[in-house]
Ligand binder design. Structure first.
Ligand SMILES: C[S@@+](CC[C@H](N)C(=O)[O-])C[C@H]1O[C@@H](n2cnc3c(N)ncnc32)[C@H](O)[C@@H]1O
Length: 360
């Protein structure tokens, strides 16, 4: 398993990076910095195009010119050179004087065989449906209303149900993010050693699989929508864990029936407004036996402290989800208490925190 740097060290690294960036920025006029930020769309699309074409895989073992690579990835050689030259500006590849490209440490994250590949996430961000919802950001800020349903006429979840290939891509992207987050989450002692862990809306079962693999005394239950459960079954089977996990079709916004010692809601509440979070938590609380525990896994966003990850995903939630947002520790504890659960410990393990609620 990947070793996890302690959280204070990561925080220190992020602070050092911010200070170094600020020092470098001080050398340039504000206009130039603002222009560069305005082209952020290029950064997202360059990564999405690289992932779509499989460029990182083509560069996995040796440097290559665009002309050598073009037939392999099905691209026009000149356009591929221009794409990758821009990718070099973003630090994804290096370009040498002979026109050969090589992957950097950052670019390696786009390889499909990277331990937690970012290729599906990059492709998901590049989808027309995702981009069009981001395009509604200014209107969302004017009205406070989510962009996705306004732009597409349905919530992102209904959209996925009608576009199974996008649903699969999103579930795969979430799986990679969980694979990256998993080791730091698992380092928490809030996980039990014995009993049953139920991951509610647990995607393809990536977190559950990691928890069960690390704690042989545990069994699991996965509650999900039917399309995602099929992916989960294949995923759990491939990891030899299918016989330790019960798959339960369930509706977050309806009734959930699953008996467990510890329940998990990972990256779920940030998809929804407070009212819907209250409904979800009420459904989970209703099935929780006395003294069982719920672990919320969420990024923490304090109101007046910009965070390099959470403040950006907060806008991802504003544009893609129905009232979704990143919340502070106090806001999450407030939601738990309103659902009749006693707020317990908070463990900041990495990019995300575990926030505990105990059933009475
Ligand atoms: C942001 S993803 C998080 C997945 C997983 N917990 C993770 O962190 O990787 C949200 C999940 O909620 C599921 N979901 C959305 N609406 C649902 C509903 N009404 N009932 C059950 N699951 C739902 C989706 O299928 C998706 O897997």
């Amino acid at each position: 398993m990947r070793s996890v740097p302690p959280q204070p060290l990561v925080d220190l690294g992020l602070l050092a990076r911010r200070l170094l960036h600020a020092a470098g920025d001080a050398l340039l006029p504000g206009w130039a910095l603002a222009w560069q930020r305005s082209m952020g769309i290029a950064s997202t699309q360059v990564m999405a195009a690289m992932a779509d074409l499989g460029v990182a895989d083509a560069l996995a073992h040796k440097k290559s010119t665009a002309a050598q690579m073009a037939p392999r990835v099905g691209a026009d050689a000149d356009s591929l050179h221009r794409l990758l030259r821009a990718a070099a500006v973003h630090g994804l590849v290096r370009l040498d004087r002979r026109g050969r490209f090589g992957l950097t440490r950052t670019g390696r994250a786009l390889r499909s065989d990277a331990p937690a590949t970012l290729a599906p996430w990059a492709r998901y961000l590049g989808l027309k449906s995702t981009r069009d919802a981001w395009g509604g950001l200014a209107d969302s800020v004017r009205t406070g209303a989510p962009a996705f349903s306004r732009v597409h006429g349905s919530t992102v979840w209904d959209w996925f149900a009608e576009h199974p290939e996008e649903e699969r891509l999103f579930a795969t992207a979430m799986r990679s993010l969980t694979e990256f987050d998993g080791p730091s989450l698992l380092s928490s002692d809030l996980w039990p050693e014995q009993g049953t862990v139920c991951d509610v809306a647990g995607g393809a079962g990536t977190l559950l699989a990691a928890v069960l693999a690390a704690r042989p005394g545990l069994r699991g239950t996965l509650v999900e929508a039917p399309g995602v459960l099929m992916q989960a079954e294949a995923n759990l089977r491939s990891k030899g864990l299918a016989d330790r996990v019960e798959l339960v079709e369930g509706d977050l916004l309806g009734t959930i029936e699953a008996r467990a010692d510890v329940y998990v809601l990972k990256n779920i509440l940030h998809d929804w407004d407070d009212e819907t979070c209250a409904r979800i938590l009420a459904s989970v609380a209703a099935t929780m036996p006395a003294r069982s525990r719920l672990l919320l896994v969420e990024q923490l966003q304090e109101p007046n402290r910009p965070h390099p990850f959470a403040s950006i995903t907060d806008l991802q939630m504003l544009t893609q989800c129905e009232g979704g947002r990143e919340r502070s520790a106090a806001e999450l504890r407030g939601l738990l208490a309103a659902a009749g659960l006693t707020p317990g410990r908070i463990d900041r393990t990495g990019a995300s925190a575990l926030v505990e609620g105990v059933a009475g």
